[in-house]
Design a protein around this ligand. Sequence first.
Ligand code: GLU
Length: 508
Amino acid sequence: MTDRKVRVRFAPSPTGPLHMGGVRTALYNYLFAKKHGGDFLLRIEDTDQTRFVPGAEEYIMKSLEWCGIKVDEGIREGGDFGPYKQSERKAIYQKYAAELIESNNAYYAFDTAEELDGYRKAAEEKKETFTYNPATRTNLKNSLALSVDEVKQRIDSGEPYVIRFRMPENDEVVMHDIIRGEVKVQTSTLDDKVLFKSDGLPTYHLANIVDDHLMEISHVIRGEEWLPSLPLHVLLYMALGWKDTMPEFAHLPLLLKPTGNGKLSKRDGDKLGFPVFPLFWKAPNGDTATGYREEGYFADAFVNLLALLGWNPGTEQEIFTMEDLISQFSLERVTKSGSKFDPKKAEWFNHQYMVQKSNADLAELFKPILAEKGLTTTDDIIQKVIGMIKERANFAKDFWEQSAFFFTAPESYDAKMVKKQWKENTPAIMADVKDIIANVKDFNAVNAKAEVVAYIEAKEIGFGAVMNALRLSVVGAGKGPDLFEIIEIVGQEETVKRIEKAIADIVK
Ligand code: GLU
């Protein structure tokens, strides 16, 4: 790496909600910047006004915020290199388009959309593809083929035109990608891309290069889908005389479907039941999509799982805080091949963060769920319950299922358990246990257990026979944390009631 100040940008187009692959691109940019003491810019690339979706810009910023990715320069933060929204930089691009024409690296083209369509169709009929390139351009309506006068006349009369890049003939572009190494492309395989549209706005290619240059971007870290554009970008840097300050490039691998076949899409998420967007999204047409946040993922778990989809630390470590990621991240350890997304592993990550969080923090997530059910109890009890069940939960939404019996008496009893554990003499034994529980002094888990165990020993009945039946009475099933811990929280009076109810309700 050169000793140039690291400045990277995340440059989304506001065409919809940010896919998790986009968040990963932002994250890798952020990690790289922070590792090298550099700046992370957010630039909104909205030159394609036909694809603009209201709300997308806000969504992108909120998503980054939720992930803890802090923007140093951007539309909200400001900065010395603004504006950071391309639609507000219109005037800047014209100058560079004119410069490219002047240096003969670009030209005016007057072909209408209908004409181009006609060429495409004619080529298709011959099983060929039409491209606007050195081989075809001299026969088309552009300033390379028409006389100077005619070009001037067409422009002066207000005829719409675009500006196209003049791809060099029979040349080789040699590029370097930090992740992929050297990449070589013959210019004969490339076409004369439009740089400036008839609506007076630049295309992505021109705006992107001009902005990266003016914003002094040192490294371009972006998705693999932009690799085919790299030769044009490199040629543009050279044509504009910016070769020496050209950024370094790193193209990130794709995020793949769980099967590994193709790019991870919203459809995969819908089919397999996982989100592909960070936050809930409502499209202007009313369509909605769920987000990781709404599905109960912790932001730090989401960041952690994303970081490992395409990068590995070279060790067995899997749990990383943002600080860990910043200190360990390197582009050299980003994989070349696509990363398969595993929804089960994503849940596993959330679980790891769940068990690390404090019971007090998790209680805050459980309170609204309890309130919705009309249940109120003390913070102390909620925290104790959380402490007992968090090992069994991946998300806060699992809390209720794992702990309902702490708050309400069972309404039914697990049939299999009843069959196995509720014997003919069980009601009589449970009647004894009920009396024992009712008479425990200083009621708590330890004292209740001591009394019940003493009873079992005195009567010489099986330990399991009593404990399983007692669990069935209190919990309604054979699962759950330590039985006497449950009983302590449920309380003496309520435990007695539940045993009575079980004796009355469980019929074999
Ligand atoms: N606006 C492009 C996008 O939406 C940016 C690509 C790049 O980073 O160069 O992904």
